[in-house]
Design a protein around this ligand. Sequence first.
Ligand SMILES: *Cc1c(COP(=O)(O)O)cnc(C)c1O
Length: 249
Amino acid sequence: MEPTVFQTLEKRYKPRMNADEFQERLDRVQQRIREACARANRDESNVQLIAVSKTHGPEVIRVAADCGVTVLGESKVQEARAKIPMSPGHLSWHLIGHLQTNKIRHAVQLFDTIHSVDSQRLMEALDQGCAQVGVTMPIYLEVNVSGERSKYGVEPDDLPTVLEAAAGCTHLDILGLMTIPPFAPEADKARPFFASLRELRERCRGEWGFPFDGLSMGMSHDFEVAIEEGATCVRVGSALFGDRRAKMG
Ligand SMILES: *Cc1c(COP(=O)(O)O)cnc(C)c1O
């Protein structure tokens, strides 16, 4: 545990969160999920909500847990190492940010699922790390569907090769694909990227023989569009916890 990371966070971000305020935001997000499922003719039990708690301290996480949140998303291993031991024990933690190979061992011990397996090299190193610890890790392969050079993720063209290698990763359980589209204030601009990820999943199932269903896509401002395009898992931070930048000071 590294209390210094946590202390820095607590200083930088207001630690308090009113339970009524959180419950209201949670109800609203769940309502939006229901409405998007209804529009897409989908069963809402097929959409998992991941509450992205990055930058928020254990006090806020406890409020979320008291309101019924059970799955939390974190993007940094160091931050998670500081927070998870101070948080309620029944929660499930998902890693959604880039994982450096030198942090694999910690990640394997802290997280229940990893959404950000963004290269073949990381996938193979993670498989080894899981074998050493003696666990099987559920993962999503992150795909760079937009082709932005700044983005992490497997290139769509490389997916067949990566999947071939994945077949040999006996300590990984591939749940599906994940993506982060380029940021655009208008949610609908993300739709083609979400649709691309869904089409890639169809090819994984059909041409490449990987029968997974998972699509981890959609954030606070575009998760409804993601659900309409087939998301099975939405990663929602600021719509639940408030704007991270506004909390600085
Ligand atoms: C921060 C983050 C989210 C949540 O973002 P919001 O816009 O706050 O909902 C989702 N996915 C990833 C990969 C993130 O880093």
